[in-house]
Write a protein that binds this ligand. Sequence first.
Ligand SMILES: Nc1ncnc2c1ncn2[C@@H]1O[C@H](COP(=O)(O)OP(=O)(O)OP(=O)(O)O)[C@@H](O)[C@H]1O
Ligand SMILES: [Mg+2]
Length: 501
Amino acid sequence: MSKKSKSFFSHFTIAHKITMMYGGIFSLSLLIISFFVLVNVTVIEQNNIKAEMKKTVENIDDYIKNGGELSQETLEALLENKYIEVNVVDVKNHKVYKNSVGKLPSFVRQIQSQPPHGFLDEERNNRSEELEKKGFKVDIAKEFNMDDKAYFISSRDGKEFVLLEKEINFEESCYLVQAFKMLQKNDYYFRSFGLRLFLIDILGIFLSFLIGRYISRKMLKPVEEIQQTAERISIEDLSQRIDTSGPDDEMKELAETFNSMISRLENSFQKQNQFISDASHELRTPISVIQGYANLINRWGKSDPTVLEESIQSILAETEHMSQLIKKLLFLAKSDQNRIPVQKEQFCLNELVKEVVKEMEITTETKRNIIIKEQKTVEIYADSSMIKQLLWIHCENALKYTKQNDSITFHIYEQCEYGCVDVQDNGAGMNEEDVTRIFDRFYRADKSRNKEIPGTGLGLSIAKWIAESNDGKISVESELEKGTIFHNAFPLKKKKNQKYS
Ligand SMILES: Nc1ncnc2c1ncn2[C@@H]1O[C@H](COP(=O)(O)OP(=O)(O)OP(=O)(O)O)[C@@H](O)[C@H]1O
Ligand SMILES: [Mg+2]
């Protein structure tokens, strides 16, 4: 398509394009068919006439040869079409039977008196000469495939006829059958037929564009609805959906895809809103605590060293809490936007667990009984620094929710295609409801217990994200006052179809 036509068509709407295409194709087909009909209708008409004439002559031939007595009535009964002009000359009995619709043209043989002997024989071979002498233009019509003669005859005044002549000799009788008909070529009939066809074409073209317009509008109605719904959708109102009650077609599929996209957007928007409101709520508490202690210092702390010391310690603790919170919030915000790169590699899980345990032993003051149970050396394919972060989340929790001399066990093993590490403690444990919610952001089990234990409630949400983005799994088993086990599983090897980490 040239640039010019491209810009021309680009101004049309899809509905207009469909209408034009539908109407155009239909109109073109209609015109081609009409032209074909117009060209062929005369040919078909003439062929019909020829067939009827041939049949009429054969009927008369059969009738006579079967011993039939010819009369005016019987002749009419033998006609295939009463508009065929027939002249039957009974040579012996000097009789002529005819079915003439119009004036007989001069090529029709009439019997005037006693015909000379050999009337027919003499002229049989020079009939065309005889007709030409009378001023007709004669063509032998071969397509009749008859024993006797068939001619196309045109008179001086431009009229065209088809003439069939057959000599019937039966017993003693001799008949000459002449059937002829005028061919109505290029005349009024042809023109009026053409005019009617033209009017029908105009009507057809008009209707095709009208139907095309109706169809295209009906077809594109769902698209219009999608557009209107999309216009109504805004951040303030993501509840709008497209009606999908129509037939099961591509448009319904499109509408459903659009609806599911809006649902996903609404869902993630709600999550984000929830996250922001939870985050601001969590940040408000330490800020008001810091504010409170700052006021305390302002009023009494300058003169009272105990108040000053207590306030400074609390402010330090709260700022530490805030910094932890902000760090975790930032991590989760980034993870939501897929902005944290996951750099997977093959590494030994046993070594990583031992490294974390060592660091844990160095940094913690209160004594725990730490056990590492290794079934075998397990190599996994994951981001090692992230897995270390996950292990630390479990270690911190295990430390927070156990008492001195409780035990923390790391169990390393392989299961199916996964390298696993279970972190088990015999600490506080959780009830069933808490177990189902601890991976939710900001969720902290047992509010009264948690007042003394610092935390943001984000650790396990981060652990879950880490496990999943490393194609791993995380789950928990816990019983109140008995202890908790966190199961963590990571792929042993790189997936076959995984090209990039
Ligand atoms: N080993 C455990 N024993 C008992 N309860 C646990 C254990 N681990 C987690 N929990 C419960 O799950 C909750 C969520 O844990 P999560 O690590 O997400 O947050 P947190 O430890 O409270 O805060 P932080 O974000 O600082 O880690 C905790 O508040 C705690 O009630
Ligand atoms: Mg924690």
